[in-house]
Design a protein around this ligand. Structure first.
Ligand code: NAD
Length: 501
C-alpha cells in the first residue's frame, strides 16, 4: 500500500443521481481533489436510470459541490467535473454492462488508471447482489489493477438476508475487496476513541470494571423519518442504527488493546467484543431493552406529527423509532459494567456522545448534605461537537468544599477548520486499500445475530403503548427506569455541549 502517491482509480458509481451521491459523495471527492489527495488520475462513471447528457451530469456535479462547500474555486471545480462521465443504464439490463466495460476501458487509457476499479453501490440494497453478479459476468471485474466494491448500508435486514447478500457479493469479490460502509467509522471522533484510550496513560489503566461504573452511548436525532417512511417503517431504529453504528462504537470502546494498529488486529479485537456480548434469554431481553415510538410534539411554534402520521408510514405501525438497551460484556475486563445504549428520532437534541462514568472514590472527605460529590466523567463528543470533556471536582478559590468543573478539548476550534467529512476519509481509504474503517463480515454477522433476537421478541409481542414518547423529549420513561433499576441515570447530554466549539 502506497499512501504517498495519490491513488489512481476509476470509480463506477451506481446511483449517480441519488441523494447520497449528490449530498455526500461528489463534495467529498472534490475535497480530496482540492487537497491533492487525488490528482488528475481518476475518473468517475456515474450510472443511473434517468437519461442525462454529459453536460447535464457535469453541471449536477458542480451544483452538488457548490451547495455543500464554501470557497470553491470555479477553475478547480470545472477541471474536476471533466473527470465525470454519465451512463444511463438500468442495472437489471444485462446488455448495458458491455457498454460500461467499453467506457471503463476508454477511461482507463485516457487517465492512466492502471486498471484500478472501485464499484460504489449507492443504490437501494435489493440491487447489490444483482449488480455484483453482472460486474463479474460482463468481465468488468476482470482487470489488471485492483477491483473493490463499496457497499452502502443496510447490509441485509437480518442475519439470513445479510448472509445471502454476502454470498452473492463473494461470487465476484474476495472479502478483502469488499468495503462495507458504516459511515460512523469515518467520523473523526469515532476514530479518536482508539487514540484517547491507547495513547493516554491516565485512561487505559482505568479502562475496566475496577474503575468504570458504566458507559453510556447516545445517538439522538431531532428529525423524524422525513421522506424515508417507506424504508424506515420496515426497518426501525434497532436495524437502522443500533445493529451497525451503535454496535461498532461499543466494540471500539470495549476492545482489548490490539497488538498493532493493523486492520486484522483491530478487527479481531472488535470481533472478540461482539462474541463476548451476553446472549440474553427472552425474559432478559424484555427486561434489558426498551423500544419507543414518537408521538406528536412541538418544536418552537411548529407542531410536529406523530410517527404514525408521517408519509408512507402505516397508521397502526408498531415500528420503533427509539431503542435503549443495557448490554453486558462477559469478559474479565468488563464483567459487571453495564453499557447503556440509546438511539432515537425526534428527540430533544441532535447529538452523538459517549459518557464514561468512573466509579465513586471510596470515601468522600468533602461530604456536605447539600452537595454530593459528582462522579468523574469522560465525555467523547462525536457530533455535532467534536471533542472531549473531563468532568472533575476542584476547590474554587474563595469557596470551601468541591465544585464540579469541565475540562474541554474541541477538535474543530483547535485548528479553525472543519474536520473532514466521514465519506471523504472512507472514499480515500477505499482507494488506498485500507479496510480498517469498514465492517468485516464477521462483525456484521455477529451484530445481526445479536439484534435478530431482540427483533424477534419485539415482533412476537407488539408494543401496546405506542406512541410512548413525545416528539422533542429524550425518549420513553421506561428507558429512564432501565438505568434507575441499577441506581444510575442517563447523563443529560443535552447540557454537555462544549461551549467553545
Ligand atoms: P436515492 O433513492 O436518492 O437514489 C437512488 C439512485 O439509484 C438514483 O440515482 C436512481 O436513479 C438509481 N436507480 C434506482 N433504480 C435504478 C435502476 N434500476 N437502474 C439504475 N439506477 C437506478 O437513494 P440514496 O438516498 O442516494 O441512497 C442510496 C444508498 O445509500 C441506499 O442503500 C441507502 O440506504 C444508502 N444511504 C444513503 C444515505 C443518504 O444520506 N442518502 C445515507 C446512508 C446510506
Amino acid at each position: 500500500m502506497n499512501t504517498k502517491q495519490p491513488p489512481t482509480s476509476l470509480i463506477m458509481l451506481f446511483g449517480a443521481t441519488g441523494d447520497l451521491a449528490m449530498r455526500k459523495l461528489y463534495p467529498s471527492l472534490f475535497r480530496l481533489y482540492r487537497k491533492g489527495k487525488i490528482n488528475e488520475h481518476f475518473a468517475v462513471i456515474g450510472v443511473a436510470r434517468r437519461p442525462l447528457t454529459q453536460e447535464q451530469y457535469q453541471a449536477n456535479i458542480m451544483d452538488s459541490v457548490q451547495s455543500a462547500l464554501e470557497n470553491v474555486k470555479l477553475d478547480d471545480l470545472k477541471r474536476f467535473a471533466t473527470h465525470f462521465y454519465y451512463h444511463s443504464h438500468d442495472v437489471s439490463d444485462t446488455e448495458s454492462y458491455a457498454d460500461l466495460k467499453r467506457i471503463a476501458e476508454e477511461m482507463d487509457k485516457k487517465y492512466q488508471l492502471q486498471g484500478n476499479r472501485l464499484f460504489y453501490m449507492a443504490m437501494a440494497p435489493e440491487f447489490f447482489g444483482l449488480i455484483s453478479n453482472h460486474l463479474k459476468s460482463s468481465g468488468l471485474t476482470d482487470t489488471k489493477g485492483y477491483k473493490r466494491v463499496i457497499i452502502e448500508k443496510p447490509f441485509g435486514h437480518d442475519f439470513e438476508s445479510a448472509q445471502e447478500l454476502n454470498n452473492m457479493i463473494r461470487n465476484s469479490f474476495e472479502e478483502d475487496e469488499i468495503y462495507r460502509i458504516d459511515h460512523y467509522l469515518g467520523k473523526e471522533m469515532v476514530q479518536n476513541i482508539e487514540v484517547i484510550r491507547f495513547s493516554n496513560a491516565m485512561f487505559e489503566p482505568l479502562w475496566n470494571n475496577r474503575y468504570i461504573s458504566n458507559i453510556q452511548i447516545t445517538s439522538s436525532e431531532t428529525l423524524g423519518v422525513e421522506e424515508r417512511g417507506r424504508y424506515y417503517d420496515k426497518s426501525g431504529a434497532l436495524k437502522d442504527m443500533f445493529q451497525n453504528h451503535m454496535m461498532q462504537i461499543l466494540a471500539l470502546l470495549a476492545m482489548e488493546p490490539p497488538i498493532s494498529l493493523t486492520t486484522e488486529e483491530i478487527r479481531s479485537e472488535k470481533v472478540r467484543v461482539l462474541r463476548s456480548l451476553r446472549a440474553y434469554s427472552d425474559e432478559e431481553l424484555a427486561e434489558n431493552f426498551v423500544r419507543g415510538q414518537y408521538g406528536p410534539g412541538t418544536a418552537g411554534s411548529e407542531s410536529l406529527p406523530s410517527y404514525r402520521e408521517e408519509p408512507m408510514v402505516d397508521e397502526q405501525s408498531n415500528t420503533e423509532t427509539y431503542v435503549a438497551g443495557k448490554l453486558k460484556i462477559d469478559n474479565f475486563r468488563w464483567a459487571g459494567v453495564p453499557f447503556y445504549i440509546r438511539t432515537g428520532k425526534r428527540m430533544a437534541t441532535k447529538s452523538t456522545k459517549i459518557v464514561v462514568q468512573f466509579k465513586d472514590i471510596p470515601m468522600n472527605l468533602y461530604y456536605n448534605p447539600q452537595e454530593e460529590l459528582n462522579p468523574n466523567l469522560l465525555v467523547i463528543h462525536i457530533q455535532p461537537d467534536e471533542g472531549i470533556t473531563l468532568h472533575l471536582n476542584v476547590k474554587k478559590s474563595g469557596k470551601n468544599g468541591t465544585t464540579p468543573i469541565r475540562l474541554n478539548y474541541c477538535n474543530k476550534s483547535s485548528d479553525k477548520m472543519n474536520t473532514p467529512e466521514a465519506y471523504e476519509k472512507l472514499l480515500f481509504d477505499s482507494m488506498v486499500g485500507d479496510t480498517t474503517n469498514f465492517t468485516h463480515w464477521d462483525e456484521v454477522a455477529l451484530s445481526w445475530k445479536f439484534v435478530d433476537a431482540i427483533a424477534r421478541i419485539w415482533k412476537e409481542n407488539p408494543e401496546p403503548d405506542f406512541p410512548n414518547y413525545a416528539s422533542g423529549s429524550m425518549g420513553p420513561a421506561k428507558a429512564d427506569e432501565l438505568l434507575e433499576k441499577d441506581g444510575n441515570m442517563w447523563w443529560p447530554i443535552e447540557d454537555f455541549e462544549i461551549e467553545s466549539c
